[in-house]
Design a binder for this molecule. Structure first.
Ligand code: HEC
Ligand code: HEC
Length: 359
C-alpha cells in the first residue's frame, strides 16, 4: 500500500502545480511516505513538511458577532476612538499609546505604563487576530472585545476616565456627533456604542500573509532550510504545537509554562481550580518577532530566551506546571532553527492609517 501510493505520487508529481503537489505531500506524509527523493522539490522542503501542515492554513473570514455587524462608518468611528487620547483622564493616553501598531500592537516594554506613569502588573499583549479569540487578557477574564473595551478607559492605572465623563466629552465634540450619527443613526452617543465601535475596528487588526504561509501553500523557496527544520522541531522534538496550534498558533487556552513570578494568572479568575494557578493565555505567534520582550511579565528579552525556558522545562517547577513542559535537550543549532522558523511568521503589513481627530 505504501509502495503503490508512493509510485502513484511519483507519477503524478510532474504534472501537478506546486500547491497541488504540496497537498499531496501533506496527505501522503500521514502514511509515512518519504518524498525526499523527488527531484521536483528542494529535498529539505519535502523532508520536513509534517502531516499536520494543512492545520496551519489561514482562515480568510473575519468572525463578526451577530449583534455587532461591521460597516465602514463603524470601523472609522472605532479607529478614531482608538487613537484619541481624549478618551483618558489626562487627555494624553489613547489605546494606541500601549497598543502601538509600530510595535505589532504592543508597546515594546516589559510591563505597560499607564496613567500617572504607573507601571502595570503585566506586559501589553498584541491586538492581532483577536477577532477569533474566545477569551481576552492574559487571564481570560473578558469574553468579548465589546466587554473588554471599556475596562482600560475606566481603570485608574490605565486611562482613568469615568464612563459619564467619557460620554459627556464625546457629546461635546461636533465631529464625534457626526461620526456617531453615521455609524449608529438615530442613537444617542453612549459608552456601549464606544465599545461596539472600538471592537469593530479591533476585528480589522489581522496579520497578513507571511513567508510561512507562502511556504505551506507550495512555494518551497519561501523560507530557508534552517527555518524548515525549525518547523519540523516545532511539531516534533520541541512539541511546541501541543499548545501553539492552528493558523494563529494558539490553542486559546491557559497553561503554566514555568515563568517566574507570583502572578496567579488564570488563577485570579478561577481561584479554586488548581490547573488555573500561574496559567496564562497561550499568545498567538503571528508576527511574534516584532514584539519583544516576551511573556506575560516581559521577562524574556528575546525569542532565544523563550526557547531556553522551554528547553529547560520551565524556569520554576511548581506543582501546577503543565505536564507538557519538560526538558527538551535541544542543541544550540536546533534552538537557532526554532528562532528562524518563528521569524518566518512575520507579515509585512500595509502602514496603519491614523485618522485626523475630530473637533
Ligand atoms: C496603559 C497601557 C494600556 C492602555 C492605555 C490600553 N491597554 Fe489594552 N492592555 C494593556 C495590558 C497591560 C493588557 C493585559 C492586561 C491583562 O491581561 O491583565 C491589555 C489587554 C488588552 C486586550 C486583551 C488582549 C488579549 O490578547 O487578550 C485588549 C483587547 C485591549 N487591551 C484593548 C485595549 C483598548 C481597546 C484600549 C483603549 C480603550 C486599551 N486596550 C488601552 C495595556 C493597555
Ligand atoms: C503547555 C503549552 C505550551 C507549549 C508546549 C509551548 N508553549 Fe509557548 N506559550 C504558552 C503559554 C501559556 C505562553 C505564555 C506564558 C506566559 O506569559 O506566562 C507561551 C508563550 C510563548 C512565547 C512568547 C510570546 C509572547 O508574545 O510573549 C513564545 C515565543 C512561545 N511561547 C513559543 C513556543 C515555542 C517555540 C515552543 C516549543 C519549544 C512553545 N512555545 C511551547 C504555551 C505553550
Amino acid at each position: 500500500m505504501r509502495n503503490s501510493q508512493s509510485s502513484e505520487f511519483n507519477r503524478t508529481l510532474g504534472v501537478l502545480s506546486p500547491a497541488a503537489v504540496l497537498l499531496t505531500v501533506v496527505g501522503l506524509a500521514g502514511v509515512g511516505v518519504s518524498v525526499a527523493s523527488s527531484g521536483a522539490f528542494r529535498s529539505e522542503a519535502a523532508a520536513v513538511l509534517p502531516p499536520n501542515a494543512a492545520e496551519y492554513a489561514r482562515t480568510a473570514e473575519v468572525a463578526y458577532p451577530e449583534d455587532n455587524r461591521p460597516t465602514a462608518a463603524r470601523e472609522l468611528l472605532g479607529r478614531t476612538l482608538f487613537f484619541d487620547p481624549r478618551l483618558s483622564g489626562s487627555n494624553w493616553i489613547s489605546c494606541a499609546s500601549c497598543h502601538n501598531p509600530g510595535f505589532s500592537w504592543g508597546d515594546g516594554l516589559p510591563k505597560a505604563i499607564g496613567h500617572g506613569m504607573q507601571q502595570l502588573g503585566r506586559r501589553t499583549p498584541t491586538l492581532l487576530n483577536l477577532a477569533w479569540s474566545p477569551a481576552l487578557f492574559w487571564d481570560g477574564r473578558a469574553e468579548t472585545l465589546e466587554e473588554q473595551a471599556l475596562g482600560p478607559i475606566q481603570a485608574p492605572g490605565e486611562m482613568n476616565l469615568s464612563l459619564p465623563q467619557l460620554e459627556e466629552r464625546l457629546r461635546s465634540i461636533a465631529g464625534y456627533r457626526r461620526l456617531f450619527e453615521d455609524a449608529y443613526p438615530g442613537e444617542e452617543i453612549s459608552a456601549a456604542r464606544v465599545a461596539s465601535a472600538i471592537a469593530t475596528f479591533e476585528r480589522t487588526i489581522v496579520s497578513g500573509e507571511a513567508p510561512f504561509d507562502r511556504w505551506i501553500a507550495g512555494d518551497a523557496q519561501a523560507i530557508t532550510a534552517p527555518a524548515q527544520r525549525g518547523f519540523a522541531l516545532f511539531n516534533g522534538k520541541a512539541r511546541c504545537n501541543v499548545c501553539h496550534t492552528g493558523w494563529r498558533l494558539t490553542d486559546d487556552s491557559f497553561h503554566d509554562v514555568g515563568v517566574e513570578g507570583d502572578d496567579p494568572g488564570r488563577g485570579r479568575v478561577l481561584p479554586k481550580l488548581k490547573v488555573a494557578q500561574f496559567a496564562f493565555k497561550t499568545p498567538t505567534l503571528r508576527n511574534v518577532a516584532s514584539r519583544a520582550p516576551y511573556l506575560h511579565n516581559g521577562s524574556a528579552a528575546t525569542l532565544m530566551a523563550v526557547i531556553e525556558l522551554y528547553d529547560q522545562g520551565g524556569l520554576v517547577r511548581r506543582p501546577t506546571l503543565s505536564p507538557e513542559i519538560k526538558p527538551l535537550g535541544l542543541s544550540q543549532s536546533e534552538k537557532q532553527e526554532l528562532v528562524e522558523f518563528l521569524q518566518t511568521l512575520t507579515s509585512r503589513d500595509a502602514a496603519v492609517s491614523v485618522p485626523a481627530l475630530p473637533h
